[in-house]
Design a binder for this molecule. Sequence first.
Ligand code: 4AD
Length: 557
Amino acid sequence: MLHDNETVYIDEVQGSDETGTGTRDAPYKTAVHSLQTKGDSIKILVQKTSEEGYKDISGAALKKAKKRVDDLAKKAKKEEEKRKAEVEKAKLQKEEEERKLEEAKSIVLEQDSTLPQAIKIKIMNSVANRGKRVKVSGWVHRLRTQGKDMKFIVLRDGSGYLQCILTGKLCHTYDALTLSLESTVTIYGVISELPAGKTAPDNHELLADYWEVIHNAPGGDDAFANKLNAEADPSVLYEQRHLVIRGDTASTVLKVRSAIMKAFRDHFDSKGFTEINAPCMVQTQVEGGSTLFEMNYYGEKAYLTQTSQLYLETCLPSLGDVYCISESYRAERSHTRRHLSEYTHLEAEMVFITFDDLLNALEDLICDTISRVLAHEPTRKLIYQLHPDFVPPKRPFLRMDYKDAIQYLKDHDIKKEDGSFYEFGEDIPEAPERAMTDRINQPIFLCRFPAEIKAFYMKRCADDKRVTESVDVLMPGVGEIVGGSMRISNMSELLEGYKREGIDPTPYYWYTDQRKYGTTEHGGFGLGVERFLAWLLHRDTVKECCLYPRFMGRCLP
Ligand code: 4AD
């Protein structure tokens, strides 16, 4: 809009091009802005300082401002032209791509019938099948295109990874041009060892002679890579856990987890233990009422189990030493690196043993399980891939009494938040326990806890009735991974235990009966599988060590 001979005010100090309107009350700051906004048929008054007051703009200043306005207009025009050219170029490119894609639809691949019949293999068997014509199905884990005649696909089938190369016509089809990560494909060809200097999984690659898409995963905004942004909030990773587990790290953890479960079972099997399965729906609490998940069981109050221990104890007279691996549930109300609402609990119970036997059995379980997984070369590789500095624990483990831990905390100035020291009889919470364990930096058997801070079933020590024959195994980086004890074998002592914890013994009749029909010394322990893995694989949190973690605020996927 032109404002003929309109007077425009500029205050070089107080004016503003953003909020001003060019009036005396609301002056602009620059002549350039005045000309751009009001056109050049205006009268400009400039005030350099309030003492000088408003004066006509000088001829030189007006000329300079007009030139600057012209330059800016030219520049803007150029930029607009450039932008238009780019839009046009992109449009042409898109049309060209679409034309190529359309054209590609007419390229049809056919298997060469003169080639030998392909043998269907899993990737884990690819080394044994080098040199033969094979067919492998899997997901596109990685994809790299080199020119228009070469594509490198790292194929994943859960049993391993295999680099496959598509060349020439194999890269020209519609499916090849639109192939995206996580698509499912079947590739045919021959696997050969790589020449020196090249690297790929298992040091070989499959040169494809034919391939087909089973299902093409989406590209664009919905592409797999866009679902798991590395900078995303951790909650996104839990929400998208079903996709996260396809990644290298998460799948490696799950593979080691499987190997560890097998090694635990092999260990107990070699010692003659019987595996049992106890119910998860229960009407008794064992490890304190505050972490019970309550449920409505046909109108009666019931809970998700905190431990299978009491059931394991009832099996001793019929099966001897027993163990189980099942889910335990704790309604933990805090977010920590080592608490889940549902976790996998490895528990064992042994009969006719002493407290020392219990500690030795625990040391044996941990060391033997680790030796077993390290002796399996593929698992060993995975463990060191995630935890290159892993050092297997050495026997004997450090044995330390609770009372000495209290002293250790004092000696090392590890205090409560209020600045006071932990005293005998108090629970040692996670933070000081971690501080001590990380300083000692080796596995610790922390023994003989006071009865009052432990569960009702723990046997008291003969030489000091204040404390129990109990043990927590503490590991650097994680803290407690095992809790165990000798159990009260005497009926009246057990009744005392219920009473101390305010537990009604009625629904425990079956547990109490063990002390009636042939009682004996026995003991056992529970090991948190996710905590064990967090220690072994140097993971930041137990949430990374299970398939779909459950914790306060998350029960999906
Ligand atoms: O020390 P806890 O509570 O002991 C028991 O449940 C005994 N009844 C076991 C037994 O003697 N059979 O738990 C044993 C272990 C802990 O050392 C820890 O590793 C794991 O179970 N654990 C948890 N792991 C993940 N999340 C939680 N909320 C856990 N609570 C316990």
